[in-house]
Design a binder for this molecule. Structure first.
Ligand SMILES: [Zn+2]
Length: 89
């Protein structure tokens, strides 16, 4: 994917050359999940597209995610570090 950050075509949803794995901004509200007083955006696997993670709405400006099954099959994406995240029940 080309680096568009220095051009007028820069899209915030392509931060760090990876796509944001949440729905486009105006559609996110339809699939938000509430746990207690916290509201989370659904995050979809960049490889298989399954909704498998949650990102807190107020603390997240960008989310790129690949699920454990896809990482087990193909390995982690280049330049990414594996971290434990909240799980969808
Ligand atoms: Zn996956």
């Amino acid at each position: 994917m080309p680096n568009l950050s220095r051009t007028r075509w820069w899209d915030r949803q392509l931060e760090f050359e990876y796509p944001d794995c949440r729905l486009p901004y105006l559609d996110r509200e339809k699939v938000q999940v509430q746990r207690g007083r916290m509201v989370f955006d659904m995050v979809y696997c960049a490889d298989c597209g399954a909704p498998k993670a949650l990102a807190p709405v107020e603390a997240t400006t960008f989310a790129f995610f690949v699920c454990n099954e896809c990482v087990a099959k193909k390995g982690p994406p280049a330049g990414c570090v594996e971290v434990e995240g909240p799980k969808v029940e």
